[in-house]
Design a protein around this ligand. Structure first.
Ligand code: DAH
Length: 355
């Protein structure tokens, strides 16, 4: 029995002295592993006389249990110690500044976000639709009947006709999303529609792909006064200064009456200053939604009415941020984006400023 006592004393001492998990495990293997000292002792039980076995069996089993529970509890202590050391050393300083991001937000993206923020403040939400449209949504439902001359003014890109002769188009404006929204939702409707649009046109002031933001309000009481107030508030908020505007009668097939909104501006050297001055610049088209368009969407014009507007985002971005050439906007040059782009970490908002 004293042999077992010696074994116990030896391992208890070693376990207490173990300073890391690796040496503790080596001690466990030496005592309790397949060829460990205690395991080898247990194998001798088979050759003992029944009387000896009766004494040695429980003694050896007790020793085995005691040593393994000592190993376990030492293991827990060492693990806790290791964790505490790691927690003390591996600190993360959350006050460190974020490194300047390499990517820049394109001015078109920035301006679309600014517009969404301003219109959200007026209670609009954002709606979207497909770039590839059918003739019905892009033209017919918007009161451009087949053969109507206004269709030709859109310089439409047509896709190859399908087997039944149907030609899809790249949408020439964001107005088809008005139709999609009115056909799928019950008024009141109050949406803006930012998106890409396409026309077969390319020169200093036109690119085959460009961007528009459309607006649509439908309910039972909205009138032309609301349209004017909405757009006047928008344009001053957008240019972050008081902007004088005028509404000129115009024609669009899908609105009646229709108007274009001009802003006052002046030219100082090479610079264009929006707000005051002696000249007028056309900024957007608008009007009261045509009763035929409401009917085409299944709405009764005797019950519902509202207004719509549409504007070119790229030109507004050029005017606000002094970008001289439209075509540079879509030439993917990182130097241009480095100069005209915006930090992706500063989001446009009305509380601390749009840009
Ligand atoms: N869809 C027109 C265009 O691309 C712009 C427009 C004008 C949209 C008047 C409207 C509107 O919603 O009321 O030329």
């Amino acid at each position: 029995m004293s042999e077992l006592d010696d074994l116990k004393t030896k391992y208890v001492k070693q376990i207490e002295a173990a300073s890391d998990l690796a040496s503790l495990d080596a001690i466990r293997v030496a005592a309790l592993g397949k060829k460990g000292e205690i395991s080898l002792q247990m194998r001798t039980l088979g050759q003992m006389s029944p009387a000896e076995k009766k004494v040695m069996g429980p003694a050896l089993n007790g020793l085995k249990t005691e040593i393994s529970s000592l190993v376990e509890s030492r293991k827990t202590t060492l693990e806790t110690q290791a964790l505490n050391i790691a927690l003390a050393n591996e600190t993360l300083d959350m006050s460190l500044p974020v490194p300047t991001p390499q990517g820049r937000l394109h001015p078109v993206m920035q301006v679309m976000e600014e517009m969404a923020v301003i219109f959200a403040d007026q209670g609009f939400r954002v709606a979207e639709g497909p770039d590839i449209e059918d003739d019905f949504h892009n033209f017919t439902a918007l009161n451009f009947p087949p053969g109507h001359p206004a269709r030709d003014m859109h310089d439409t890109f047509f896709l190859k006709p399908d087997s039944s002769g149907n030609k899809m188009v790249l949408r020439t404006h964001t107005s088809p999303v008005q139709i999609r929204t009115m056909m799928s939702q019950k008024p009141p409707i109050r949406i803006i529609i930012p998106g890409r649009t396409y026309r077969c046109d390319s020169d200093q002031t036109h690119t085959p792909m460009f961007h528009q933001v459309e607006g649509l309000v439908i309910d039972k009481t909205t009138h032309m006064g609301h349209l004017k107030g909405c757009l006047m508030d928008f344009i001053s908020a957008f240019f972050e200064t008081d902007v004088e505007v005028r509404f000129r009668p115009h024609h669009f097939p899908f609105t009646e009456p229709s108007a274009e909104m001009d802003v006052r501006y002046e030219r100082v050297g090479n610079e264009i200053r929006i707000g005051q001055g002696d000249e007028w610049m056309e900024i957007l088209g608008c009007g009261m939604v045509h009763p035929d368009v409401l009917r085409n969407c299944g709405l009764d014009p005797d019950e519902y009415q509202g207004f719509a507007f549409g504007m070119g985002v790229d030109r507004l971005a050029m005017l606000k941020y002094g970008i001289p050439d439209l075509r540079d906007m879509f030439a993917p040059d990182p130097r241009w984006l480095g100069h005209y782009g915006f930090s992706p970490l500063l989001q446009a908002n009305l509380a601390t400023g749009l840009s």
